[in-house]
Design a protein around this ligand. Structure first.
Ligand code: ADP
Ligand code: ZN
Ligand code: ZN
Length: 731
């Protein structure tokens, strides 16, 4: 009897063997429900073979093989294997992480919801053996269906419906019996002429489109480096149109869920006859599954999604686009710590198609890859809309200023002028390390989360303190727990404090605050965007959420508060991130006819980062930072991995990391640092620390990690939770 080797969602880096009565190579990639301990679980069949290392009497039979949906392609399975190898994460967990939740719950998937008019069926071997004359003559519909399938090989749902409205449920029934299967060959995605609202490309855009389409049938990593407003989206649209006319599919990865509706609307307007599937964390299980199936069946022409969408099965994938490639959200920060951007590049290479990484401020890794020629750079240096120029950036030196509640006199003056002209302004608060905390002015006590080492953030409205790491909430203490002082003050300038200060200064202005709390509800974001576009708002106050990808045509002024805290962060990437963020917010201004102005409140107006911002010159800054990184031996000049560990006591964690360091035995070419507590040392009640390893050679690092992981897994004495983070971006 054949042996199935099944990938299961368990933290062991192995496949599990089961016996099946009937199975062959064609079943690789199908889901199967199997007994595991006392439970039933569903996994994916990765191998079918004839012998097993498990003694035969211990082999259990598989419970069900789910044949309702086609198997995962070998290409997708290879992506999972690569991901498991590269991130040193158990294969079964990688595979199951990439699948929609519905495929994991031990039940067959009902296909009905996913069937559409274009779904085509063909008879299986078993179906061809069915004798038409055995079907009673009164079942005319059944007889006709079977005859058509015999004679014409293929039957679409559309033609089945024409035969009879009952036909669909009969086909469904037959499919469950194994007589039918959905054909893998699917009708071509129709791409129609592109409406009338298609702008003529700027010369920079045409150059980019031409360069990429010229080499459409091979692998290349293109970096589309274009200033904000340079029309990168239009470039994507043209490339996608080309892909669709070739009958292929396009995968577009975007950072944030809040960006999906806007981009989705643009895509739908352009490609009205193409099925566009949007995959993001806001979907429920059913929605996700049906989008995933449409992609797998090849019906969806465009798949728009956040990082997890990189694992979507796409039989005719022709192009991958990663928009805002520098964005941190492409890297998963727990469990399987993969980078969707890097996997996108691997996936494109694997099937020899182009991948486009778009950004106004490419990550330094990507930027460096362009300078070395590994990636191919394309530039859009000008804004796409005629007359729209980049905003003028100025620094306000805060040293001589005596700001009123965080707002300097020049900024207040500029806001007033802006309001007089009935234009909009945006006040951006750099929230990183800059949230308002509750301080005791007499003894210096600050409110800290009991479960995390993080300071609690003040929320004035409901007089509460909240932890932005674990969600813990508590009321303001009436007095300082340390010295009894009753006069506690919120310190720092959070969005709410600034909102208050602005209200005092500009009582007639319509002010809208946007932060995680205020947009938590579904659709709020849409409402907010509409209000902004309809000029129902004069002043916007917000954090990083405001920085991304939105077009605000009436925005004339951007004020930036508190950027300096990122300049002196312990994280070597903080400067790069600050710059990206500032470029993005600055880019919100002056997108249309209105000229934009950006005012940065800083105590270090001469810092190279602000100079680069003033000149809109990313290259100078990037080169400066790259030089520093090379001297210091930081990425992209070295490859890093972090062994992260946590336990209830710090000493236990440190002991573990010490042992791990000893086990590693310092091989040549690998640098192993000492264990250190994480920046966020206490999180959700756990003490956390890590050990950094790095190498100039990715290959050496990889083979070391394989060895090390094996050793760590083998030491059963090490009772702490640990995980490897390859190419870490947070420390
Ligand atoms: P980016 O994503 O590079 O920041 P967008 O794609 O949002 O820029 O484009 C900025 C604006 O320019 C949008 O309003 C877009 O409709 C417009 N635009 C893009 N390409 C052109 C073009 N070739 N001609 C006129 N307007 C364009
Ligand atoms: Zn006190
Ligand atoms: Zn907390």
């Amino acid at each position: 009897m054949p042996i199935l080797r099944v990938a299961l969602n368990v933290p062991l880096d192995t496949l599990f063997d089961y016996i099946a009565e009937e199975a062959d190579e064609n079943d690789i990639g199908l889901c199967a429900c199997v007994p595991f301990g006392t439970k039933k679980v569903t996994g994916v069949i990765l191998e079918v073979c004839s012998n097993s290392n498990v003694p035969p009497e211990k082999l259990k039979p598989v419970i069900t093989i789910f044949r309702e949906i086609p198997p995962l392609s070998s290409e997708l399975l290879a992506l999972f294997r690569f991901c498991s190898d590269y991130y040193h994460h158990p294969l079964g967990m990688v595979v199951m992480n990439g699948l929609p939740g519905r495929l994991r719950n031990n039940k067959p998937v009902k296909m009905k919801a996913g069937m559409n008019n274009c779904t085509q069926f063909i008879l299986t071997e078993a179906g061809r053996r069915v004798d038409v004359s055995a079907i009673p003559a009164r079942n005319t519909v059944m007889r006709r269906l079977l005859t058509v399938l015999r004679n014409e090989q293929l039957l679409t749902i559309r033609s089945a419906r024409e035969i009879s409205p009952r036909a669909v449920s009969i086909l469904e029934d037959w499919r469950q019996k194994g007589w039918l299967e959905a054909a893998t060959e699917v009708p071509e995605v129709r791409s129609e002429s592109m409406g009338d609202n298609v702008p003529e490309l700027t010369s920079e855009q045409s150059t980019a489109v031409a360069a990429i389409t010229k080499q459409f049938n091979r692998f290349d990593t293109w970096v589309l480096h274009g200033v904000t407003g340079s029309g990168k989206t239009e470039v994507y649209l043209r490339l996608i149109a080309k892909v669709l006319t070739e009958g292929a599919q396009a995968l577009v990865l975007i950072p944030e869920i809040s960006l999906t509706p806007q981009l989705e609307a643009i895509f739908r307007k352009r490609f009205t006859a193409v099925r566009i599937v949007s995959l993001h964390s806001g979907l429920n299980d059913t929605e996700r599954l049906s989008g995933w199936l449409e992609a797998q069946r090849g019906e969806a022409g465009i798949i728009l999604g956040t990082r997890l969408a990189v694992f979507t099965p796409l039989p005719r994938l022709g192009l991958i686009i990663v928009d805002e490639e520098q964005d941190g959200s492409f890297k998963q920060q727990d469990g399987l710590r993969y980078s969707a951007r890097d996997l996108a590049v691997f996936r494109a290479m694997q099937i020899r198609i182009p991948v486009v990484l778009g950004s106004a401020t490419p990550s330094l890794e990507t930027y460096y890859n362009v300078t070395t020629g590994r990636y191919r750079g394309l530039r859009l240096r000008n804004r796409a809309i005629r007359d729209a120029v980049l905003p003028k950036v100025e620094c306000i030196d805060m040293r001589p200023e005596k700001p009123v509640n965080g707002l300097s006199a020049p900024l207040i003056h500029a806001i007033r002028k802006c309001l007089e002209q009935q234009l909009q302004c945006l006040i951006f608060i750099n929230r990183r390390g800059y949230a308002p905390v509750l301080l005791c002015p007499s003894c210096g006590w600050a409110a800290v989360c009991k479960r995390c080492s993080s300071r609690l953030v003040v929320h004035l409205q409901d007089k509460r303190l909240s932890c932005h790491h674990c969600g813990h909430l508590e009321y303001f203490p009436c007095a300082c727990p340390q010295c009894g002082n009753q006069d506690m003050i919120p310190f720092g300038r959070g969005t709410q404090r600034i909102e208050e200060a602005l209200t005092t200064q500009f009582p007639l202005a319509r002010i809208l605050r946007i932060d995680r709390d205020s947009i938590r509800r579904k659709n709020t974001w849409q409402t907010i965007l509409r209000a902004i576009h309809h000029r129902e708002v004069d002043i916007l106050v917000g954090t990083q959420l405001l920085a991304k990808g939105h077009d605000f045509p009436n925005l004339a002024l951007v004020g930036i508060l508190g950027p300096d805290s990122s300049l002196y962060s312990t994280d070597f990437r903080a400067g790069e991130r600050l710059f990206t963020q500032l470029m993005q917010v600055a880019g919100r201004a002056g997108r249309a006819a209105v000229a934009g102005r950006v005012l940065v409140q800083t105590e270090f107006p001469d810092h190279p980062l602000y100079q680069a911002l003033r000149q809109h010159d990313y290259d100078v800054l990037a080169e400066t930072i790259l030089k520093e990184r090379e001297m210091a031996g930081f990425p992209p000049f070295v490859y890093q991995a972090l062994l992260r560990a946590e336990a209830h006591s710090l000493s236990k964690v440190m002991d573990f990391l010490g042992t791990a360091k000893k086990i590693a035995k310092s091989p040549t070419g690998i640098e192993i640092f000492d264990p250190v507590p994480a920046n966020m040392m206490r999180l959700k009640g756990m003490e956390r620390a890590h050990l950094l390893v790095q190498s100039r050679s990715r290959k050496k690092l990889q083979s070391f990690l394989t060895y090390w992981c094996g050793q760590l897994n083998a030491s059963t004495k090490l009772k702490v939770r640990w995980v490897l983070d390859v190419d870490p971006v947070e420390f």
